[in-house]
Ligand binder design. Structure first.
Ligand code: FES
Ligand code: FES
Length: 208
């Protein structure tokens, strides 16, 4: 059999699949009469920008961005809402926690385009004018932060925690807030702040 690749070795056939390697092909090569046929993948064009409307802190915001933009990047890079922080960008630290329809989510793990039509709440949307959200005030009162980088995510996550209504004890608060990492180690004060607000909402005093 004659060589297809002209490698000078009479009787050998180089593999036609990539035409790059020097290994001789064993077995039956492609039919002699057919030229190598390569399938060309036909891909739809990828849009560079897509305009969508997000409802953030009660306001509809139209924004144009690539469809693969995460909600976190949409907030920070396209809407100038930099209160929501980027820590790991992999769902590991909780710094990016926001509320969507009252539920806490990691904004780095969802695409903005998936959140159209939902009510997104960020740390910027918690206060009412000059009045802080009770959890914001409690974090100040309990000195529940040092550098503050994790704090927006901690507060949004704590609101989601209270909306869920499943945490009753300090241990349960710690367990259900474990997705929010604080590198400064302010955990005891964070739990105290959450307990204070939970107790106030329940109409009772915080138990030690
Ligand atoms: S930045 Fe989203 S979980 Fe860390
Ligand atoms: S206050 Fe610094 S990481 Fe939590």
């Amino acid at each position: 059999m004659e060589s297809r690749q002209g490698n000078g070795t009479s009787g050998s056939v180089r593999c036609w699949r990539c035409e790059a390697c020097l290994l001789p092909m064993t077995g039956d090569p492609m039919p002699d009469t057919a030229a190598p046929t390569r399938l060309t993948a036909v891909r739809p064009p990828v849009p560079e920008g897509q305009t969508l409307t997000l409802t953030i802190n009660g306001v509809d915001r139209a924004v144009t961005m690539p469809p693969w933009t995460t909600l976190l990047d949409a907030l920070r890079q396209h809407l100038d809402l930099t209160g929501t922080k980027k820590g790991c960008d992999h769902g590991q630290c909780g710094a990016c926690t926001v509320l969507v329809d009252g539920k806490r989510i990691n904004a780095c793990l969802t695409l903005a385009v998936m959140q159209q039509g939902r009510a997104i709440t960020t740390i910027e949307g918690l206060a009412s004018g000059a009045d802080l959200h009770p959890l914001q005030q409690a974090f100040i009162d309990h000195d529940a932060f040092q550098c503050g980088y994790c704090t927006p995510g901690q507060i949004c996550s704590a609101i989601g925690l209270m909306n869920e209504g499943t945490a009753r004890t300090p241990d349960e608060i710690r367990e259900l807030m474990s997705g929010n990492i604080c590198r400064c180690g302010a955990y005891p004060n964070i739990v105290d702040a959450i307990r204070t607000v939970m107790a106030a909402q329940a109409g009772g005093e915080q138990q030690p």
